[in-house]
Design a protein around this ligand. Structure first.
Ligand code: PGA
Length: 252
């Protein structure tokens, strides 16, 4: 099938100019030796300096934002638009991360609007989806993730979802040290791909579906070896050069 795997680091609200530079330089070094794609989703305020550093180093690391506004422009104090991200040279953006959904109450329809705003400005959205522990225990995992996908697909078309990147991140596994087992993750990834296949047919064969939730340097190999797992979206372990480099190698 030949899907190139992705190792994506979500730095969340961590870092400083000095810390970022050291980490980014080390990751660029690893990325230059990897056949996978390496991405970093950094705090908005640091994107510009990372993009500049990337150019200086001729780095292959893709730099993306963690969030964007669904609105074009206007009186939205504190928000950042898709056009602004594009303007500074950003190419990718996370949409609907579970922390945005739970802490900032982003609904499925807002997430869909953000996805649409990203597409309008030629940014590649990474659509994050996933169920909570209660939802999993109630047997609602697939219902929840399909609703999250369908809200976006119904607004922008399912082809657009398949041409973007999907990240399955069970909420109970994020930042908890509790990873989904490779089989547990594969099962959901396979169902997500089957669900999308019903909408778009074989286009979905090229869609990258990342796993996220306590990915680290010891479990990445096994997770990324699963047929429908095309890499990882990594939080905690992406803040250490050694562990993220090992994860990049697992993706390469
Ligand atoms: P984690 O975070 O790797 O620290 O669990 C993953 C994420 O939130 O994307």
């Amino acid at each position: 099938m030949g899907r190139i795997k992705i190792a994506a680091g979500n730095w969340k609200m961590h870092g400083s100019l000095a810390f970022n530079r050291t980490l980014f330089d080390a990751i660029s070094q690893t990325a230059s030796l990897s056949d996978g794609e390496v991405m970093i989703f950094a705090p908005t305020v640091y994107l510009d300096s990372l993009l500049n550093r990337g150019q200086e180093l001729k780095s292959s690391v893709v730099i993306g934002a963690q969030n964007l506004s669904q609105y074009e422009q206007g009186a939205y104090t504190g928000e950042v638009s898709a056009a602004m991200l594009k303007d500074i040279g950003c190419s990718h953006v996370l949409v609907g991360h579970s922390e945005r959904r739970s802490l900032y109450h982003e609904s499925n329809s807002e997430v869909a609007e953000k996805f649409a705003a990203a597409l309008k400005h030629d940014l590649v959205p990474v659509l994050c989806i996933g169920e909570s522990l209660e939802q999993r225990e109630a047997g609602q995992t697939l219902k929840v993730v399909f609703e999250q996908i369908d809200a976006v697909g119904e607004l922008v078309g399912f082809d657009a979802v398949c041409n973007a990147i999907v990240a399955y991140e069970p909420v109970w596994a994020i930042g908890t040290g509790k990873t989904a087992s490779p089989d547990q993750a594969q099962e959901v990834h396979q169902e997500i791909r089957a669900h999308l296949r019903e909408k778009v047919g074989e286009l979905v064969a090229g869609t990258r579906i990342l796993y996220g939730g306590s990915v680290n340097d010891t479990n990445a190999n096994e997770l990324f070896a699963m047929e429908d797992i095309d890499g990882g979206l990594v939080g905690g372990a992406a803040l250490k050069a050694d562990s993220f480099s090992a994860i990049c190698k697992a993706a390469g």
